[in-house]
Write a protein that binds this ligand. Structure first.
Ligand code: ARG
Length: 578
């Protein structure tokens, strides 16, 4: 509908140009907004104001001219001029009804991709090996996975890339420590405490010169492909990723073992890459190191910034890996779009790696690279979210706490569920709440994490949406009637239907901007409109005429479908009863 109005106005503007009423070189952005207040119609445009200067006319006069040129159509019922010259459009009820009746028959609920499907590489989660996932990893993991689902829903080929930190000099000491532990016949349980394991390795490395010597030898051996060291390294990767996979399973994250494309994958590509940069004069030697100078980034004296791609000791850096990784994603997968979900502090690093990749021709202009940047998760005190004693919160323990709190939240509900059903409900509510708390905020800024605001049925939370869904399901349990054709019989219905028709637009813009919170806001507003409808429009009561009853059932059904699909795109499950 919005698109229709947009196209309509675009057509009118070009006809004005053809007739020389408007100068042909006028550039304006035609904007159509969803109105907040029904009194201003369903959609509004400020185009008449935008044209006031180029046409040297009063906006209201222009608005009248534009309106006179709108052809007869079945989509707009009425157009009004408001205030200084806004044009307000009222949607035609019958058109909306038809659109929603069609949506109900469509498994994609009317969602159509605006862009041609592409190959999109999504780099997300990306924890580090021999470390336990900490609570801050939840952001990349949860937001990345939602964007994966949304883009796949729109027909794109999505490559999930779990860019784990599985390479680097720390592996020398980790292998030496693993060896020591194996000699001591340490149990697998002992090894599974990665934090303790890492601390222990570091301690030996710092305090025992013989151990340190061995660790340094193992780094070199590992890098030259020594079989024993590689095997030991693989064990470390496996212990870590088995634990992480368990977290993914709990959180309903779609990453599998097959999606691991860690830093080590690119290691063999680094030497040829740097050699290539040198031979093409893109990188120069500076005090033994190899440096690329970037015109697009200036240092504090205004000179091109230098980025080291190889240290004087021959070692490569995080940036070198990201250049190789970008090249690989273009060449190997044919990526049209690459999105890296990493925290905002990595912004400059990523831009520089991509700049170098562009310079070298590894990254063609038409491939979009985006940093899916996100802010930090803060505690109520506004400081980074920590345990009471100031340590990092382990993701596993954080999820345990979510389940405990969800159990408390659900404990006073009298719902006649079996113990198995109850524990399923608790799990689903807990994971939904945790994910939604992260997804519903604009990802670019820091946010304050507060258990009390997310594990509640009030406000913009997963439990609220899950509850709205199960409430619709309860309507269907109360009646034998089946949904029929929708026809609007109350203003609350009209508002809700209009909202249904915007699902397509919101899914597309969440995909375009890689911003799942847009979808969250939409679902929250949808659920709010449903609750209003539910309060003022009886459905199953005896006195409701059959045609209205079946229409209202179809409206309820459409709400449920959008909630389920929308939450599904966010990686959040719904419940039939709760
Ligand atoms: N492993 C990194 C971290 O924990 C994130 C990796 C992001 N992806 C990338 N291609 N650099 O911060």
């Amino acid at each position: 509908m919005k698109e229709y109005i947009q196209n309509l106005l675009t057509g009118i503007v070009s006809s004005l140009k053809n007739e020389n009423i408007l100068s042909a070189d006028t550039q304006i952005r035609i904007m159509v907004e969803n109105t907040k207040d029904k009194a201003h119609g369903d959609f509004a445009s400020n185009i008449a104001m935008m044209l006031a200067r180029p046409m040297k006319k009063n906006p209201r006069e222009i608005a009248e001219l534009l309106i006179s040129r709108i052809p007869a159509n079945d989509k707009i019922s009425r157009v009004e001029i408001a205030g200084p010259g806004f044009i307000n459009f009222f949607a035609n009820k019958a058109f909306i009804e038809n659109q929603v009746n069609d949506m109900l028959k469509d498994p994609l609920l009317g969602v159509r991709p605006l862009r041609t499907p592409e190959t999109v590489v999504i780099d997300y989660s990306s924890p580090n090996v021999a470390k336990e996932m900490a609570v801050h990893h939840i952001r990349s993991t949860v937001i990345g996975d939602a964007v994966v689902r949304i883009l796949e829903f729109l027909g794109n080929r999505v490559i999930r890339a779990n860019h784990i930190g599985d390479w680097g000099t720390q592996f020398g000491m980790l292998i030496a420590c693993l060896e020591k532990k194996e000699e001591e016949h340490a149990s697998s349980l002992e090894l599974s405490d990665l934090e303790a394991f890492y601390r222990e390795a570091k301690k030996y490395y710092d305090e025992d010169p013989q151990f340190a010597e061995k660790a340094r030898k193992y780094v070199v051996k590992l890098q030259s492909g020594d079989e024993y060291c590689r095997e030991m390294w693989q064990k470390l990767v496996k212990i870590t990723m088995d634990q992480n996979q368990e977290i993914y399973r709990r959180l309903n994250i779609s990453l599998t073992e097959k999606d691991v494309m860690g830093e080590s994958l690119y290691n063999p590509m680094l030497k040829p890459l740097v050699d290539d940069l040198i031979s093409r004069n893109l990188a120069k030697e500076d005090q033994g190191a190899i440096v690329v100078y970037l015109d697009n980034f200036k240092d504090k004296d205004g000179n091109p910034r230098g980025v080291i791609v190889r240290k004087s000791d021959g070692g490569f850096l995080y940036t070198t890996t990201d250049i190789a990784c970008t090249k690989y994603r273009v060449e190997h997968f044919g990526a049209n779009r690459i999105i890296v979900f990493a925290d905002s502090r990595q912004h400059e690093h990523l831009l520089m790696a991509w700049d170098i990749a562009k310079m070298a021709g590894y990254l063609p202009e038409n491939v979009l690279t985006e940093h899916g940047s996100f802010g930090m998760m803060l505690g109520k005190d506004g400081k980074p979210f920590k345990t009471r004693s100031g340590g990092t919160v382990k993701l596993k323990e954080f999820l345990d706490e979510a389940e405990n709190r969800a159990a408390t939240l659900m404990s006073d509900r009298n719902n006649n569920l079996s113990p198995e059903e109850k524990s399923k409900v608790i799990h689903t509510v807990a994971m939904g709440a945790v994910k939604y708390a992260d997804l519903s905020k604009n990802r670019t800024t820091d946010y304050i994490f507060d258990w009390d605001n997310m594990l509640t049925f009030d406000g913009n939370t997963a439990p609220y949406l899950q509850y709205a869904y199960s409430r619709v399901q309860s309507i269907f349990r109360k009646t034998d009637a089946i949904p029929g054709k929708i026809s609007i019989s109350a203003p609350e219905e009209e508002d809700l239907l209009l909202k249904f028709t915007k699902f397509n637009e919101v899914v597309n813009s969440a995909a375009e901007k890689a911003m799942p919170h847009l979808l969250c806001t939409y679902l929250y507003e949808l659920a709010g409109l449903f609750m209003k409808f539910y309060e003022s429009c009886p459905i199953t009561k005896q006195e409701v005429p059959d045609n209205i009853k079946t229409s209202r059932l179809a409206i309820s059904e459409c709400t449920a479908k959008i909630l389920k699909t929308g939450l599904g795109l966010l990686g959040i499950e719904t419940l039939e009863r709760m």
